[in-house]
Design a protein around this ligand. Sequence first.
Ligand code: DOR
Ligand code: ZN
Length: 448
Amino acid sequence: MIVDSVLTNAKAYLNKEIVDCSIAIENGKIFKIGKETQMPNADEKTNLRNMLVLPGLIDVHVHLRDEGKAYKEDFYTGTAAAAAGGITTVLDMPNNDPVTMSTETLKNRMQIAERRVLVDVGFYSEFPKDLGEVAGIVAQGAVGFKLFLARQVGGLNIDDDKALQEAFTMVGGLGVSVAVHAEDKSLLMANEERLKRANRHDANAFLKAHSERVELKAVERLLEVSAKTGMRLHFCHMTTEEGLKAVVEAKKSGRNVTCEVTPHHLLLSNADYERSGLMLTVMPPLREESSIEALWKGVADGWVDVLGSDHAPHALSEKSAGSVWDVKVGVPGLETTLPLMLTMVRKNRISLGHVVQLLSEKPAEIFNLRDRGGLAQGRKADLVVVDFNRKFRINASKFHSKAKYSPFDGWEVQGSPVKTFVNGLLVMDEQEIVAKAGSGEVIRGDRA
Ligand code: DOR
Ligand code: ZN
């Protein structure tokens, strides 16, 4: 038999070990992993020259935008950024224009994406106003629901505990996760109004408004409202010690909850505002050193399940303003996540295996992404080839994302994705996109 391709001289991360091997790929899947002499003939052979091969990364927190917000990012540029960052599957957030929150908006979004994406993309939906639509949205192939509690985005009234409970019960029965942005709207709004009345427009005012209490209040409320619903709750971007503690307690009591942290909340603090200015405005905000230590401890102790980039691109002009309240929140992260984490491996902050767990194995498990999350025969041939020795400076002006800025711009990192394969196809080679728009797949409910 002649397979599509064989990658030789790989140092692949298999079953928690780095193994010298070759990998045969056929029809988008891993056909065989073994010695070079055991490989079938292939149409194409690539010598990886002892480079590290990791399972393709899965970023469960990405705002790909497009549609009405295509000026910030579109499906092509966003997924090009993913491929450049070694990420082979992204889950797209629903705060779009129009908001993804119906079978119709989801279907349209999938159809547009299909022709443009370079990596695999799954979609979250916000909750619709009419909960009768929830089952249809799942049938259409949503990988999960996103619930934004800081502000009303979806159709479900976020001030209404009963409505939340009803929605949670419904999705519990359907087996999809709900990813939540845990910041309490009423407390946040009250804080914001008070600070605006006091004529505060500085970065510190933003931090004050988005207090630690704002996060904890939302976490506690969500845990309470979801308690008897049997649903799977995923806490996006945790940033505080107390918030994380509440999640950990829930886990200890056997609750079906998971949580995520972002590289920016692990690597930057509110002190960085002095250096980078209002561009650093993100929601939830960057915290103090003590919170960062608590997050790293949560990672080290195994309580943090996944790393998500929260890639949230905006036009550069939207990232500065006279008042912090007018700055668009969010920073791009798809192209910096892996190099930053590999650098942390080099610095002995975390092991390589743990990075793979947080960025591939666990995301696949939590969101039921079948055949993903590890290198094994029969699984999807989604892989990233890494030059672990390559040192470089992050250069945001070279990003594939439309958002060509980063709080990590100029950082010296070690470890670079050099090739990304999605469904067996080489999509990125030495930071160049070499596949056609539309070569990625839209994930449509293949979650069983
Ligand atoms: O920083 C953020 N950016 N936090 C959010 O919750 C939204 C996101 C965005 O869409 O820009
Ligand atoms: Zn987000």
